[in-house]
Design a protein around this ligand. Structure first.
Ligand code: FAD
Length: 324
């Protein structure tokens, strides 16, 4: 866990133990609906860490955090097998039948992928685990409600207690660097869950400059901040996603000292800020966790399919800009 290209050196906080990660045991709120009574189910008595394992979750609570962000609380026997969550950007992939398919959960994703024609196979949508409270076996996930298009957003907007869904994961890579002087954070609504979880786990002596783009003032949410964290809210108003955010990051003073960066959200916004950090500020790539969570006018499937090419073009532009 917490390994990969974004891994950074981390000094474990005093008193923090393995198996009690930043997301473990720190639920963000109590679900509004009652929880099912569950037996503890483990595999050979141990939590099974299998990212590909298909698990089922049941909605037990719904809380609207803003007009465009809904938090769903999930429980279910399968959640007991979720391994320790040691990163602050853990994500899971929910399974959905594509639009027009004549089946619904429960289904076997692996089987349907081999037996159904391409357009009817189940697809996945990626979401951050905002928190997982092991004691009550409750997982919170915050969904951006971005209109009628798509599968996950519209599903979450209508979800009610008792609804069930399949998912796999969690994966995750990022953890705040306890030896950094400053953490520079930028993201949009889709990144708010990971940003909030990161701020919650931030060492008290690290300065955090946090830039968040939301539609307007009504879409701001409360973030877990300490006195060394400054949140700069950017309102999109009539601009395209990410334009105002990238501008705000560029216009702000660059933090002093050893900087770590966490930048996620709309792909075009990420591209712009990435270039600023790597090319103009000379930030080492190993000190940054940067990725496009979604792309305007692309479904997640289409974005994932085009991501390799998008990233290659972005890197080529950065390399050319670095030489000029
Ligand atoms: C690691 C990771 C973690 C993520 N965590 C979260 C999270 O915690 N919460 C969250 O809400 N999202 C999160 N996302 C983003 C989410 O996976 C995408 O937004 C996904 O496309 C939503 O699926 P959908 O079925 O609603 O829309 P899709 O079917 O994928 O897309 C339909 C249309 O909606 C547009 N669209 C998609 N997302 C948005 C958006 N956020 N705002 C405006 N338009 C959009 C697309 O461009 C497309 O035109 C994460 C992504 C990654 C990679």
């Amino acid at each position: 866990m917490c390994q990969g290209p974004h891994r950074v050196t981390n000094r474990r906080a005093e008193g923090e133990t393995r198996g009690a990660g930043p997301l473990d045991g720190r639920n963000v709120a109590t679900p509004v609906a009652g929880k099912a009574t569950l037996a503890i189910v483990t595999v050979d008595g141990a939590a099974k860490n299998d990212k590909k394992m298909v698990r089922e979750a049941e909605v037990v609570g719904v809380e609207w955090l803003s007009p465009g962000l809904v938090r769903l609380f999930f429980t279910g026997e399968d959640l007991r097998g979720i391994p320790p969550l040691e990163c602050t950007d853990h994500y899971i992939k929910f399974f959905f039948p594509p639009k027009g398919a004549d089946y619904s959960w429960p289904f076997d994703p692996a089987l349907l992928r081999t037996t159904l024609p391409a357009g009817q196979r189940p697809v996945t949508r990626t979401y951050t685990v905002r928190s997982f409270e092991r004691e009550s076996n409750t997982m919170a996930v915050d969904f951006v409600v971005h209109g009628d298009e798509g599968l996950a957003g519209p599903w979450a907007a209508k979800a009610t207690p008792g609804d069930r869904i399949g998912f796999r994961g969690p994966g995750g890579k990022f953890i705040p660097d306890h030896s950094a002087d400053a953490l520079l954070v930028a993201g949009d609504e889709a990144a708010l869950p990971a940003i909030a979880a990161t701020l919650q786990a931030l060492p008290a002596d690290v300065v955090a400059e946090v830039f968040v783009e939301v539609e307007d003032e009504a879409h701001r949410i409360e973030l877990p901040v300490n006195e060394r964290t400054t949140v700069h809210w950017v309102h999109r108003d009539d601009h395209s996603h990410g334009v105002g955010l990238a501008q705000a990051v560029r216009n702000a003073p660059y933090p002093d000292g050893r900087v770590q960066a966490f930048v996620h959200g709309n792909a075009h916004m990420v591209k712009d800020i990435r270039r600023y950090l790597f090319v103009e500020r000379g930030l080492e790539k190993a000190r940054a966790s940067i990725s496009g969570y979604w792309r305007t006018n692309y479904t997640e499937d289409a974005w994932q399919a085009s991501k390799h090419e998008f990233v290659a073009a972005m890197e080529a532009e950065e390399a050319a800009a670095g030489q000029s």
